[in-house]
Design a protein around this ligand. Sequence first.
Ligand SMILES: Nc1ncnc2c1ncn2[C@@H]1O[C@H](COP(=O)(O)OP(=O)(O)OP(=O)(O)O)[C@@H](O)[C@H]1O
Ligand SMILES: [Mg+2]
Length: 270
Amino acid sequence: MTVAALALENITCTFAARDNRAQRYTAVKDTTLRIEPGEFVSVVGPTGCGKSTLLNIGAGLLQPSAGTVSVFGEPLNALNRRAGYMFQADALMPWRSAIDNVMAGLSFHGVPPAEARAQADEWLKRVGLGGFGDRYPHQLSGGMRKRVAMAQTLILDPDIILMDEPFSALDIQTRQLMENELLELWAAKRKAVLFITHDLDEAIAMSDRVVVLSAGPGTHPIGEFRIDLPRPRDVAEIRAHPRFVELHAQIWSVLRDEVLKGYRQQLTAV
Ligand SMILES: Nc1ncnc2c1ncn2[C@@H]1O[C@H](COP(=O)(O)OP(=O)(O)OP(=O)(O)O)[C@@H](O)[C@H]1O
Ligand SMILES: [Mg+2]
């Protein structure tokens, strides 16, 4: 067996319950998730099931209550320095221009300013924003801000890329453009990707493997599907592929009941 880029093993994560601090809520239970080097894995599951929790554990931002995390075979017990992280919400610094946002990580790692700026400029061009470097986040569209965030994450050339519903706030056309862009960048470098989404179409179109999580409490994987669609893929066109339709039907039959369960739980929790 090869050494996984990221291995979450028998992870359980409990939180103090909202209404009664003495009680514990088990968000994730006994979950194992391995991502091989170069593999693109999506995790889908109903809202509130524990997707972000798993990602935060993989990033080293959250300590599991039980289980182990290892990164290329090494146990993780602090921040995961081999991972780059792209949040669901906008995480740009509003007081910095686009180029300053993109070069921030390099500067933090001690790269001299001229060198950092040159690399950031290169990355802005790569995500289609050459010439927008001096704009501030509020002067950019939502899609442009996501591109800046993508450049900001990828410029550090992380071996593992963790993405938490990075494109969910975008309109469908922009989203498909960004998905294709990400796939192109990924194909060039073949880093391990853990991609969280609640959109099954997106998960299938992008991934090598899709993992389905159950509704909480005690979320755990209930299905795993290898996506044997040809690459390179165009995320819009691949949806018409007969194998895509087949995989979608298979995975949806597992996911559907969990989505309904998750939705009902949120209604009763309000
Ligand atoms: N710090 C925390 N304290 C208490 N409960 C938490 C904490 N973080 C998450 N939870 C709970 O754990 C469960 C899983 O949350 P998580 O954010 O991982 O869900 P998710 O699958 O990412 O949902 P969404 O699709 O809506 O983003 C939820 O019930 C949430 O309320
Ligand atoms: Mg989430």
